[in-house]
Design a protein around this ligand. Sequence first.
Ligand code: NAD
Length: 424
Amino acid sequence: MNEALSYVQPTAESAWGIYLGQIERVLPYLGHLARWAETLRRPKRALIVDVPIELDDGSVAHFEGYRVQHSLTRGPGKGGVRYHPDVTLEEVMALSAWMSIKNAAVNLPYGGAKGGIRVDPKKLSIKELERLTRRYTSEIGIIIGPNQDIPAPDVNTNAQVMAWMMDTYSMNVGATATGVVTGKPIHLGGSLGRVKATGRGVFVTGREAARRIGLPLEGARVAVQGFGNVGSAAAELFHQAGARIVAVQDHTGSLVNAKGLDLADLIPHVRQRGGVAGFAGGEAMADEDFWGVDCDILIPAALEGQIRPERAQRIRARLVLEGANGPTVPSADDILAERGILVVPDVICNAGGVTVSYFEWVQDFSSFFWTEDEINLRLDKIIVNALKHIWDTADRHKISLRTATFAVACERILLAREERGLYP
Ligand code: NAD
């Protein structure tokens, strides 16, 4: 009875197509709840907005913006806003659906949402970026709010963009509403620990997974792709736990040092020079050789679609921790599974960020702020419990951690759907 959506044409390896394939895989484990599965294949609401702004030279430019609320069944929408020239409605739909899965997998009281503008922000001045953000916020203002849908930073957006969003929304409703976005500056209701939360979550899932497969962290060799917010924070925590960071790659180049890179020198180098290239404490290598580096743990923490079949064949790690969103294409995922390489999937591995976003939202509502230690402790506990439940599910059905994460999340979403019933 269900017609395919008319407004996207997904393929097997396009973002929404990959998501639909993941839903297909999980159906056998949903029991009677599979009856409601079609609700997962359709976003609840997709808003496309025109974002016109006056440029500094007096001309007018129009940009296409989106906010997709994939599911609001378990609570308000939650998910970031991305500024990138490749943003499309289909990509935002898939990212919003993955937020539904991630939030349910960690059992946060949220649905899933995502937003974006098709724009190259590097071509805009800071004032143009502010005008773009404010107009976009006003346009999507009809569906966001502290109890409706709470945006956050994603690729090319940051705490400053969140401050503009919070201010615009607050001006429009006539009251300061800090809880409308997360990832804000600390003195505007942001949370301690948010900046490193995603990397911390990657570390916690990695620590637990390593323990289960009998891989001691002391002396473990770790390779990290992407040395930005997520990759560098995860690398630091693994280093503190006694591991060696033997290779790193970012958009400027790739480095290797079998004895371990000195992070105390590398981190300031990246801050000053904009990337890892030129760091004297490691040997430069061809970018493609990064994938064949001898290591125990590999952390893709840069972009989507990085682990493709030919790279999956070369990987020598025992454990892959998906810090990035969607770093492994489905065909490569199958190769890693055949080769006995364990993958902790993005939908649980990088959920530390949204978990501390949840803490930020709770703190804003109560106007009572926690210490960084409290935040890190609560984050650790939530991620450990979520991963344990997922691992038990994987063992029970003999399925991958990815399918198990989807099974846990979809069960929660569809149970809520069933209990709420259909309106009217
Ligand atoms: P970031 O911009 O801070 O860092 C990105 C890193 O990737 C940089 O080191 C950059 O040099 C590197 N990179 C870019 N292009 C590359 C290329 N072609 N080859 C190798 N390296 C390349 O971004 P981030 O916040 O660390 O996010 C990284 C990933 O984690 C993204 O997929 C993002 O969606 C995901 N993620 C981030 C958060 C968060 O809280 N920041 C939360 C969940 C998921």
